[in-house]
Write a protein of this length. Structure first.
Length: 615
């Protein structure tokens, strides 16, 4: 859930590591550190706080070296302290091997290992599980740094991506991966290792994804990949098309706002080449190899976490409504622990923006173990989910840096819509209906752009300002917009730290209505072309009768709503099947502006990480 960067080459190592850490800030972190060596000394600096603090702390002095590693930490074992920050070292008096290790993941057997090492005389200075790795490498040191790391890793149980350096081996970086992402960047006489290509994308776009159970040995002369059993592995680099400018703010105050505004162009990229209007059908080449299994599926299980889970709920509605295939949505974190029943003809669809979400990967592997056809939807090319699923679809939404997902959510819904139409057209949907929905889908970017117009956005900002001091929010929706209510509540919770709950509007009277008062705003999605609109108006009447404050998301031309709501967020009318793509936009903006008004760190909300790679 944190960031790793390692570098060997001719550039200023400290500058490259600091730059890489800045590019990994979006993943979320609470402390940071770097380690470098020139073969004489091992220089380490760690800080609690931001990369800027680390940059200032290392701006002066002899920060020289041929190699270096850096890390941003999100606390799992031990509090947020300088001692617990990475990189970690072994025993300070051991001059035979001065080493530093940075680690993402969780070592499950660290207590047992720590007890064993303490009996051998090792003394620990932190509360972390990571420090055990450093002491293990130290214990196995025998002059061969790679072999010492390999031997230590074979003792570990858990998930890890590690990078290690030693003053005794001043031109070597050793890295390894097991169930936590790690990517090698291949440059001209320089090499990078990181948890995410964004850390080095400004320097090289040639990457190699390291697989579970593999190690990488980097020197100025090149790289070698071996397995934990010491078997050489040959793998060619692949080229990625990311532009470094796409992961910069481009004049925006926050990545989140930039990515909200990028949704029209992102969805055009998501749909490009996938819509066949003439035949009223979608084309998803990534699913071609398993299209028959998908089309003849008896049941579809969608599994995901967080925002992707909400997108899956929209997908469930679309698949059942349009394709008439039974579908259900499972929390990935619960899926493998509840003995899921996977019968013949079941297709499992896993969704993850990063393609590295640990819980979703665990669900994927359990589904495969039970013999299901597992397909993926993710945004990051070459990610673990992309490699381990039988087939899948990329979002092509571009890099999403803000921790609170926005454009990935609407891109996921877009892909699920295309999948639903593909399935529906192979069953009972007519060409004409396919054309109508796809034509409207093709025009969604323009509809979103209408919501992002300055006058509408300014109104949302004014409503946010009036409600920024509230402690609780209730979000209500019906049908396909119930997941949007959940997502709206999640966005507000994530970045403004206001308690918010999402409910089906009809469920309000079964408990939540007890909370209604003038201090608790209710955000209600109420579209006048929704068959359930009259029932939603009745829910609003119940809130008004109790003095509640209503913020409604309504169609542009709906005049009735103004009599029922204190505030109205307007969206253009689109087919109800596509409405989540427009109703979610004002809720993203509402959460954003509430957080800004409250002075919150929008892009790096407390306690959260962009890519959750631990259980």
């Amino acid at each position: 859930m944190c960031g790793i960067i390692g570098y060997v080459g001719n550039k200023n190592v400290r500058d490259v590591v600091i730059e890489g850490l800045h590019r990994l800030e979006y993943r979320g972190y609470d402390s940071a550190g770097l380690a470098m060596t020139d073969g004489t000394t091992l220089e380490i600096k760690k800080v609690v706080g931001k990369i800027n603090d680390l940059e200032r702390a290392t701006a002066h002095g002899a920060w020289k070296g041929a190699i270096g590693i850096g890390h941003t930490r999100w606390a799992t074992h031990g509090g947020v302290t300088e001692l617990n920050a990475h990189p970690h070292t072994g025993c300070p008096w051991n001059k035979n091997i001065q080493l530093a290790v940075a680690h993402n993941g969780i070592i499950e057997n660290y207590r047992t290992l720590k007890t064993m090492l303490e009996k051998k005389g090792h003394m620990f200075s932190s509360e972390t599980d990571t420090e055990v790795i450093a002491h293990l490498i130290e214990e196995y040191a025998n002059g061969d740094f790679v072999e010492a790391v390999r031997t230590a890793l074979n003792d570990l149980v858990g998930a890890y991506a590690i990078v290690a350096i030693s003053a005794s081996h001043p031109e070597e970086i050793v890295a390894a991966r097991f169930q936590s992402p790690l990517v090698l960047g291949v440059g001209k006489e320089e090499y990078y290792i990181a948890s995410d290509p964004s850390a080095f994308i400004a320097h090289t776009k040639e990457i190699i994804h390291i697989e579970d159970g593999e190690m990488v040995h980097l020197t100025p002369k090149g790289y070698k990949i071996i397995s934990l059993k010491n078997i050489p592995i040959i793998r060619k680099a692949t080229h990625i098309d990311w532009d470094a400018k796409k992961i910069e703010k481009g004049g925006y105050d926050h990545y989140m706002k930039k990515e909200i505004d990028e949704q029209p162009s992102a969805l055009r990229d998501t749909m490009r080449g996938r819509i066949d209007l003439e035949n009223g059908v979608s084309h998803l080449n990534g699913l071609a190899s398993h299209l028959e299994q998908l089309q003849h599926a008896k049941r579809i299980i969608i599994t995901a976490c967080g925002t992707s889970w909400h997108a899956g709920l929209v997908g469930e509605y679309l698949i059942e409504e349009l394709a008439r295939i039974p579908a259900e949505v499972e929390y990935a974190s619960e899926f493998r622990y509840r003995s899921p029943i996977i019968e013949k003809g079941t297709v499992v669809l896993v969704i993850s923006q990063s393609g590295e979400t640990a819980d979703t990967l665990a669900a994927l592997r359990e589904a495969k173990r039970q013999g299901a056809t597992v397909l993926g939807i993710c945004n990051v090319v070459g990610s673990t989910i992309a490699r381990e699923t039988a087939a899948g679809v990329y979002l092509h939404a571009g890099p999403e840096i803000g921790v609170a997902s926005t454009k990935a959510f609407t891109a996921q819904i877009t892909i699920l819509t295309l999948i639903s139409i593909l399935l529906a057209r192979s069953r009972a949907m007519s060409v004409e209906k396919g054309k109508v929905i796809l034509e409207a889908l093709k025009n969604i970017p323009e509809r979103i752009q209408e919501i992002l117009q300055p006058e509408k956005e300014q109104k949302i900002r004014e409503i946010a300002k009036k409600h920024a001091s509230r402690d609780h929010f209730l979000f209500l929706g019906r049908g396909i917009n119930f997941p949007v209510a959940l997502e709206g509540a999640l966005k507000l919770k994530e970045i403004s730290y206001i308690h918010a709950e999402g409910y089906p509007a009809a469920e309000m009277k079964h408990g939540p209505i007890a909370l209604i008062d003038k201090r608790m705003p209710s955000v209600i999605i109420a579209l006048d072309h929704d068959p359930l609109y009259p029932k939603i108006l009745s829910n609003m009447e119940e809130i008004l009768a109790r003095g509640g404050d209503i913020i409604a998301v309504a169609n542009d031309n709906d005049k009735t709503i103004e009599k029922k709501a204190n505030h109205v967020l307007r969206v253009p009318q689109v087919p109800i099947e596509l409405s989540p793509l427009v109703t979610t936009i004002p809720l993203q903006l509402l959460a954003y502006y509430v957080a800004v008004e409250r002075g919150c760190d929008v892009d790096q909300p407390r306690n959260l990480a962009k890519s959750v790679t631990v259980e």
